[in-house]
Design a protein around this ligand. Structure first.
Ligand code: ADP
Ligand code: MG
Length: 975
């Protein structure tokens, strides 16, 4: 035996070389790094041939062959476990000295050689040639004893075959174990000694040398982190333990900083055959990266949520396909939703149903293009009120550009929206109003313009007619004078007559113009137009021809109206003829009569309409109609679209003037191609119709009956008396009801009582009428009044049986009315009262007969038109009157102050002072001076209230003037 000290002096290398057993040293890559001489001898190779070369390069063996596989498995085992491995029998042919391959059998031992850190660095292979032994065993199969050997060897072979198979399997499992991505280790015993560890485990703990060490020895850096204790616990209780994301801090050596890792793992107790815990299987994986990513994500999300919650707007997220995923508290508060998940239904109901399709489309588009979304939506608040929001969504994309999330906000813009819509509706209504007002203004201006135009043209036409009449006056006057001189000269008379006819045509024209200028004398009567239309039926049919159908529609209970019937007839005829012309003699004419109430609304748009009740006369045709252009001018005098000789352009002008003068108005509605409607509105009258007798349109009829005139106004009384006397009646007069009654009671025969309604005195006119009627049952009674709303009018109607003549009245109206009343009362049945014959006390008739020879009548003739003045004066002087001529009011006044004058005949339109003013001035001294106004106009405004006046229109007939003068002057006796 060597002593230790001596042993250390032995050259181990030499010893290694000297050993008869072959040895070879391999590094971890199985390269041959050293061998002894025996090895060289056995393998028959030199060192140079072998050193640095891979074992399997120099001794090729198929990995699938038995020796190839066994060798490789053995090396792998040593490398992974760090333990020694034996190969009991390895068939491996090598080259003999003759160069021939020779079957040989080997037994091999592989021993790991480790460095100081315990890391395997080399493998030592020790081979023993067991060929002889093996052959000996095979050979001994010859005798009995050999039989046993043979069996043994066969079994050994079989076992070895099985071992080989098992070894293969083991190697396979070992490889799986080694290469498994998760970490794995098997710990044995209560001290948890590492018996198997795979690569993953070694990597995580950062160590290679674990086998054979306890956990506490191998991994001192995890002390105090609870893992040792856990293992102890698992080992003790046999209960597996699993951890998710467990934190571990590792520091394999002092030179590296400690590292934090997160692990998911299982400690699975391993039990032996008796069920006792013999070890622990550790398996798990490193989730550090995942965990870090999760943590980062969570941190991000936390930050996002904190931010989202702190915003005043709604914030929410949606999945890539646009479904809501999360929302902030503001949405809950607003909507009243309580849970994001359970209120799915209600969440979708937040959206206004009208917006849904639009939003869905917008989302679809945003998802398709992967762009941002911005849209206005209405969202329902918890109380059911919808408010406007602007909803914006931004896509969040990953590195591949795929949308992973949508982040969206809803901002309340309801107030903005409200103001916006208020503003726009304000602007709109403002616009509307301005428009309306403008239209109204334009219309009003148009109406004003039209009415001003008509006024102006009317004045012009009236003026022209006036001058025209003056001229005609001169012409006719002189023609008449000439007529006397040429009396008997047939040729001259014929010429004079045709000249007079021309002048009278001119006069007609002038009168039409005067009608337009509203200056024609009207004789208004209370009439019911339905009767008038009926009476005109025949005339209309004749004028229109057979091809035109006439339809007359009269509304029930048609009101009465106060108009001059002949003017209405004239107007209707004019309209009908216009219609005929427009229809080319073929079509339908509709005449309509009805009651209408024109209200404020209607009147507002016109200047010439009073609110009130009217009788409407409408004439509609199916003719050509008119363009707006024509419609604008139809009332203009002389405006016509008809050919020369067919139209005068005065028809509608006349109608217009007449309607205006009657206090009504006229409207025309027409459209080209659609016909025309002319509507005339005439004011309603509350009075009964003036029944017009057979001779209504004929000359005024007088009579010889006795009439009692009761009238407090002396002037009116006098003119009435003279009018009635002129008509042939016997006239009695009284200045009030009492004196009227006295006359009645005196027993004088009276046929008609004509009394004013309102008079001073004890007795009322109605009482007078009653008492007179008692006395004279056949007495006709006619009231007259300047008013209508008084004692005899009740509820807008005259008491039955009462006749009323409104003031002012014309001679004609008076004559007709008186005649009518007398005739009525004659026909009326006797009231059956006892006729007490009255005491007759004759009263002097009012109209006295002239006596004594008359002086010639002195006429003051005032006329600025010299030609007229001269011819008129000539004529009057011819008629035996004396004429004082004056060319102006001043001259007339001078004459009036110095000479005797019986009557004033004056033109109305005089340069400095009007004829009326002159008359009034003269009457200051000559109180009863009769006055005749000779004028081209048809009335003298302001003269209505004057007594003893008359009107004679130019061009006048000299004979008529003479008669008129005579009737008005009470002849002065020559004495
Ligand atoms: P005249 O009939 O002489 O032409 P008016 O004053 O009666 O004069 O009419 C003036 C114009 O108004 C006519 O020329 C015609 O153009 C038009 N007019 C009048 N009435 C009608 C109507 N019923 N249909 C179509 N146009 C009409
Ligand atoms: Mg006409």
């Amino acid at each position: 035996m060597f002593r230790l000290t001596e042993l250390s002096e032995i050259d181990l290398n030499q010893l290694f070389n000297l050993s008869p057993n072959p040895y070879v040293i391999l590094d971890r890559e199985l390269r041959l790094v050293g061998m002894n001489d025996a090895y060289l001898a056995v393998t028959g190779r030199s060192r140079q041939e072998l050193l640095g070369r891979n074992m399997f390069d120099v001794f090729p063996s198929e990995p699938a062959s038995v020796p190839g596989r066994l060798l490789r498995q053995s090396f792998a085992k040593v490398l992974s476990t760090g333990g020694v491995d034996h190969l009991p029998l390895l068939p491996y042919p090598i080259q003999g000295p003759d160069g021939e391959l020779e079957d040989r059998y080997w037994s091999a031992t592989h021993t790991p050689i480790k460095d100081e850190a315990g890391k395997l660095v080399f493998i030592l292979q020790h081979t023993v040639d067991v060929t002889e032994l093996h052959l000996l065993r095979s050979r001994s199969a010859g005798d009995a004893g050999l039989q046993f050997h043979t069996d043994l060897m066969r079994r050994a072979d079989a076992v070895q075959g099985q071992n080989v198979a098992l070894g293969e399997e083991r190697e396979y499992l070992r490889m799986l174990f080694e290469q498994a991505p998760g970490f794995m280790a098997v710990l044995r015993g209560p001290e948890h000694v590492f018996s198997i560890v795979n690569r993953s485990y070694r990597t995580i703990v950062g160590r290679e040398d674990l086998i054979g060490k306890t956990v506490r020895e191998a991994l001192p850096d995890i002390a105090g982190q609870g893992f040792y204790e856990l293992l102890d616990e698992v080992y003790r209780t046999g209960t597996p333990y699993s951890a998710v994301g467990a934190r571990v801090v590792l520091q394999p050596s002092e030179s590296v900083p400690p590292e934090e890792r997160f692990l998911d793992f299982v400690y699975q107790p391993i039990r032996d055959r008796d069920g006792l815990v013999s070890g622990i299987f550790v398996q798990g994986q490193d989730v550090t990266e995942l965990r870090r990513a999760q943590e980062a994500a969570r941190e991000n999300e936390d930050r996002f949520r904190t931010l989202a919650q702190s915003l005043p707007t709604h914030v929410w997220t949606a999945t890539p396909d646009g479904r809501m995923q999360w929302c902030n508290d503001q949405i809950f508060t607003y909507s009243g939703l309580e849970s994001f998940y359970f209120d799915r239904e209600r969440r979708s109901e937040m959206l206004h149903p009208d917006d849904s399709p639009r939003i869905a489309a917008a989302w679809g588009e945003a998802i398709r293009v992967g762009g941002r979304l911005e849209t206005e939506i209405r969202l329902r608040r918890h109380d059911g009120v919808y408010r406007w929001f602007i909803s914006r969504a931004v896509p969040i994309k990953n590195a591949e550009g795929e949308i992973t999330l949508w982040v969206a906000t809803n901002t309340d813009i309801d107030e903005q929206k409200q103001t916006e819509s208020e503003l726009s509706s304000l602007a709109e209504t403002l616009g509307h109003r301005v428009e309306e007002r403008t239209i109204e203004l334009e219309r009003t201006q148009e109406v004003l313009r039209q009415s001003q135009k008509m006024e102006a043209i009317g004045n012009l036409a009236g003026g022209i007619a006036h001058d025209f009449n003056n001229l005609l006056q001169v012409i006719t006057g002189n023609l008449q004078l000439l007529g006397r001189e040429f009396a008997g000269n047939e040729v001259a008379e014929r010429r004079l007559n045709s000249a007079l006819a021309g002048a009278s045509r001119g006069a007609r024209l002038a009168s039409q113009l005067l009608a337009f200028g509203r200056r024609q004398p009207l004789s208004p009567k209370v009439i019911n137009l339905s009767r008038l239309i009926r009476e005109m039926d025949h005339l209309l049919r004749r004028s229109l021809g057979e091809a035109i159908e006439i339809d007359t529609i009269v509304g029930g209970g048609l009101w009465n109206t106060l108009v001059d019937p002949s003017n209405v007839e004239n107007a209707l005829l004019n309209l009908a003829i216009n219609a005929r012309d427009a229809m080319n003699g073929q079509g339908k004419l509709t005449i309509e009569l009805g009651n209408v109430f024109l209200d404020d609304e209607y009147a507002r748009h016109a200047f010439d309409i009073d609110v009130g009740k009217y009788v409407m006369l409408a004439v509609t045709d199916t003719g050509t109609g008119m363009t707006a252009d024509i419609l604008d001018k139809v009332f203009d005098p002389f405006f016509t679209t008809k050919p020369e000789g067919k139209g005068t352009g005065l028809g509608l002008s006349m109608v217009y003037g007449f309607v205006k003068q009657s206090g009504g108005h006229i409207r025309i509605y027409s459209e080209p191609g659609n016909g025309t409607t002319v509507r005339i509105y005439l004011p309603r009258s509350m009075e009964d119709e003036d029944l017009v007798g057979e001779n209504a349109s004929g000359a005024a009829l007088g009579g010889d009956e006795t009439i009692l005139v009761v009238e407090d106004d002396e002037a009116v009384r006098e003119i009435t008396v003279s009018l009635l006397a002129e008509l042939g009646y016997r006239v009695l007069r009284a200045k009030d009801a009492d004196s009227g009654l006295a006359i009645v009671e005196s027993g004088v025969p009276i046929d008609c009582l004509f009394t004013d309604v309102v008079m001073p005195g004890r007795l009322k006119s109605s009482d007078l009428a009653k008492r007179a009627k008692e006395r004279l049952p056949h007495l006709g009674v006619l009231f007259t009044s300047g008013y209508t709303e008084n004692s005899i009018v009740h509820g807008g109607r005259l008491d039955p049986g009462v006749n009323l003549l409104s003031k002012p009245y014309t001679r004609e109206t008076l004559a007709r009315k008186i005649r009518q009343v007398i005739d009525q009362s004659r026909q009326a049945p006797s009231p059956g009262l006892p006729e007490s014959p009255p005491e007759i006390t004759p009263v002097q008739p009012a109209v006295e007969q002239p006596s004594a020879p008359d002086l010639p009548i002195a006429v003051l003739l005032v006329e600025d038109e010299a030609l007229i003045r001269i011819s008129t004066a000539d004529f009057l002087q011819d008629a035996g009157m004396t004429v004082v001529e004056a060319g102006s009011a001043a001259e007339a006044l001078a004459a009036g102050g110095s000479q005797t004058i019986d009557i004033l005949v004056t033109d109305v339109h005089l340069p400095e002072m009007s004829g009326l003013q002159l008359a009034l001035k003269l009457r200051e001294t000559l109180t009863d001076l009769p006055v005749i106004f000779a004028t081209g106009d048809r009335n003298v405004p302001g003269s209505e209230e004057l007594g003893r006046t008359a009107l004679i229109t130019k061009p006048y007939d000299y004979e008529l003037l003479t008669t008129r003068i005579r009737s008005m002057v009470t002849p002065r006796s020559g004495g």
